[in-house]
Design a protein around this ligand. Sequence first.
Ligand code: DCP
Ligand code: MG
Length: 415
Amino acid sequence: MLPNVQHQPSFFDDEAPALGAGLVREGAGSAAQPRRIAHLDMDAFYASVELLRYPQLKGLPVVIGGGRRRVDNALQGGERALADIPVAEFPTLSGYSGRGVITTATYAARQFGVGSAMGLMKAAALCPQAVLLPVDFEEYRRFSRAFKAVITEIAPVMEDRGVDEVYIDFTQVPGGQREGGLALARLIQRSVFDATGLTCSIGVAPNKLLAKMASELRKPNGISIVQEADLTKLIWPLACRKINGVGPKADKKLTALGIHTIGELAAQPRDNLLRHFGKSQGAWLHDAAWGRDERPVVTESEPVSMSRETTFERDLHAVRDRQALSEVFTRLCEQLAADLQRKGYAGRTVGIKLRYDDFTSVTRDMTLPTLVAEASAIRQAAGLCLKRAPLTKRLRLLGVRVGTLARAARPDQPS
Ligand code: DCP
Ligand code: MG
């Protein structure tokens, strides 16, 4: 049973990340330097890595998905080099049946309306001629490490945001302020291409929120520079959903209020948003629409939650196996508390996860008035969560999670 440290927002977390409110100010470092933050996102990442192996597919509709690459892949043409396999020999979507999902598609395939998270059968109906390739996560991770290494050689303050995207702080990098960051963005784009053969798109802006939106403006292989004064022209026409942190739930609510674009969101009186979305999310939405975001670029990612879970050797019943269940529950809380304390964190939300013998799962969580890291406090809150979950079916798995983490002062570390 390994500890699980979550670096991305999970189902336990609020939809909108909490951002520092306030005006866009000059960032850390020299007061004379305005903050310039870049967001870099690789173009059609998995597909582009595959095209390096199979250059004969360049320009064609290709989708990646539907199972992992197997060693005995039918494509392995014996002595023949992969690049020499005739296009006609690649499997296509035509006639696909099954439950596979697309991870990504080349831009040529996207023209047919095919894209990430779409079922392969639906994609087959839209673009039967698309070549279907299996996923090879190991290869994508290898290229992920490679492009990130190129970036940190040039600009050391880089925040890893997953397999194909990063934030880069240009503020203090020599040349990072030239033409709003255009010169440095060009250098990075070219260096990544020279080292990997892959293209990426970069947005440079006063903060992460705007940089993330900017990087999407000229995909693929594009660079977009957004200055504070460009907010109305470049950002306000975009849909609210383009704000990183506005998920489907918030978007639905915004639509119901007649708010579709970021400009319309910005035009809303702040109080209106506070009333409809609550103090924290309302304020965040308002700031986001006005392009305000003070989050720093963090070179080491901070976990947002930690959890421990265990699958029982035999399914347990809440009443009949009460004693055994209770012991496991307490042990999970103790292990989780030890994880938190060892890593120097405490959290304000405690949650549980149950999986039943029919493989359905439920979660329950609660927010506490104070930060907790002690086993007893976690056990008590988790116990309250458990009371709110249905306990008639037998249990296969029990998990405990602490979220909304903050750095806790450790006895052996001056705070
Ligand atoms: N991915 C996935 N499932 C999804 C979305 C993405 O497996 N629902 C994977 C495949 C992508 C990679 O993550 O290649 C990066 O995701 P992006 O959203 O950045 O998509 P791409 O890089 O493929 O395309 P784009 O050029 O739009 O960034
Ligand atoms: Mg990408």
